[in-house]
Design a protein around this ligand. Structure first.
Ligand SMILES: CC(=O)N[C@H]1[C@@H](OP(=O)(O)OP(=O)(O)OC[C@H]2O[C@@H](n3ccc(=O)[nH]c3=O)[C@H](O)[C@@H]2O)O[C@H](CO)[C@@H](O)[C@@H]1O
Ligand SMILES: C=C(OP(=O)(O)O)C(=O)O
Length: 441
């Protein structure tokens, strides 16, 4: 087990380029199963979750070739459907959340699929009803073996249908779209998730020959086609990494330029950081964050305390709320952080409180942060990273803190952030990898 040892309190400076987007990669890689033609994908992040999915595709029989550091080709000519029965599949398929998205394409192309209940962060209940109700509407039958935590799905003939999703699930929408592109007839998906990654998926599918309309909205209309072909696709930069770097710059009083961010795809993200009082400038397609000693949280127009809450796109992504929370601890003013989607994602605030932050966890979904305006520095401690985004938030806190911190369970961070220690060292951070499993909590 690895840990990060961080000596905090140092200003950073320089340029950093975001990696390709993790959550887009998981959708796009699943889509290669929809055709027997070659698909070339670039800007693939070299991170644990993505590499696990690539390995799983290889196990299923996809010919995977690495062209260079971030570009691969995939050819799903012969797929071994017997692999579903293997213990290897049961172990690997459950290892990440994104593996659930191989079900839609397999169902569409081969009429059957199976998947263990997928992994991912332990951040609260993560149901899959939207996925399977959607498949059922398209004519599939599914069986869930609760003892083995394993789903089997069958469909001899997928047929287009009207589907009103019970919630705008991101991976659920991607899965149903991928099942519907080869189904007979018209599928309408209302209350669809519409974040940039889904738009990217739909655009790629259209380049492969699919007929999807309404991209970017919550109403998708899909005319099924008989066959899809090959294409090339480039992943967007990871918007969660971009937000993390904005937060990092503010907390450590650093001047950082975040390169090639695809600014127009960032939605409300820059505005939410501005509401915390953080100065950031768009320079071409880069974001420049100047070194700033103080930043002051806005109030609502009537003077009441600001709330920052998550909601489905184009609302604020839940994956950045932990970062916003940590950055608020050193701001001037107060903010209520409302994590509506996940009920176990805010418990990491205990560690920030141990570091000296002033936070009240009101209930599992809400925390009030009393920003201390840098009257004193947080202090370094030893801690364990509970999930990917809390892990990076703790890393940011540690980089701003006085003294040494150790963060254990960094596998959680590394499933989504590529070479994070190396890239932060290039900005001047004092962070090194050490051995250690740390406390069990
Ligand atoms: C691999 C991947 O892409 N993971 C992302 C994906 O997960 P994932 O696709 O698993 O998340 P979903 O969009 O299905 O749902 C996330 C949570 O929000 C709740 N919910 C969702 C929609 C809604 O309208 N109301 C509501 O309450 C769900 O019940 C669930 O608890 O989207 C989440 C929400 O952006 C992100 O946190 C994850 O990083
Ligand atoms: C929660 C996340 O990932 P996953 O859905 O893979 O657990 C995330 O990326 O913040």
């Amino acid at each position: 087990m690895n840990a990060f040892e961080i000596i905090g309190g140092k200003k950073l400076k320089g340029e950093i380029t975001p990696q390709g987007a993790k959550n887009e990669a998981l959708q796009i890689l699943s889509a290669v199963l929809l055709t027997d033609q070659k698909i070339t994908i670039s800007n693939i992040p070299d991170i644990k979750d993505v590499n696990k999915l690539i390995e799983l595709l290889g196990d299923l029989g996809v010919i995977v070739e690495r062209i260079n550091k971030d570009t691969y080709t995939f050819e799903a000519k012969d797929i071994n459907l017997d692999f579903f029965e293997s213990d290897v599949f049961k172990a690997k398929g459950g290892g990440l959340r994104g593996s659930i998205m191989i079900v839609g394409p397999l169902l569409a192309r081969f009429g059957k699929a199976a998947i263990p209940k997928p992994g991912g962060d332990k951040i609260g209940r993560r149901r899959l009803d939207t996925h399977f109700i959607g498949f059922e509407k398209l004519g599939a039958k599914f069986v869930y073996d609760s003892k083995k935590a394993f789903f089997n799905v069958d469909a001899t003939n997928l047929r287009g249908a009207y589907i009103l999703l019970d919630e705008a699930s991101v991976t659920g929408t991607a899965n149903i779209v991928m099942a519907a592109v080869l189904a007979k007839g018209t599928t309408t998906i209302y209350n669809a998730a519409c974040e940039p990654y889904l738009q990217q998926l739909c655009k790629m599918l259209n380049r492969m020959g699919a007929d999807i309309k309404g991209i970017g909205s919550n109403l998708l209309t899909i005319e099924g086609v008989k066959k899809l072909g090959g294409t090339e696709h480039r992943m967007l930069p990871d918007m969660i990494e971009i937000g993390s770097f904005i937060g990092l710059a503010a907390m450590t009083e650093s001047e950082i330029t975040i390169k090639n961010v695809c600014y127009d795809e960032l939605g409300v993200i820059p505005e939410v950081f501005r509401k915390l009082g953080i100065k950031l400038e768009r320079r071409g397609d880069d974001i420049f964050v100047p070194s700033q000693k103080h930043y002051e949280i806005d109030t609502f127009i009537d003077g009441s305390i600001l709330t920052i809450a998550d909601s489905p796109w184009p609302g604020f992504t839940p994956d950045l709320l932990s970062i916003v929370l940590v950055v608020a601890t050193q701001a001037k003013g107060n903010v209520l952080i409302h994590q509506k989607m996940f009920e176990s994602r805010l418990f990491f605030v205990d560690k920030l409180i141990d570091m000296g932050a002033q936070i009240i966890l009101c209930d599992p979904h809400r925390a009030t942060v009393n920003g201390i305006d840098k009257k004193y520095q947080l202090r370094g401690i030893s801690m364990t990273s509970p999930d990917i985004r809390a892990g990076v938030s703790l890393l940011i806190a540690a980089l701003s803190a006085e003294g040494t911190s150790t963060i254990y369970n960094i596998e959680q961070i590394e499933r989504g952030y590529q070479d994070i220690d190396i890239r932060l060292r290039a900005l001047g951070a004092q962070i090194k990898r050490v051995e250690g499993s740390g406390p069990s909590h």
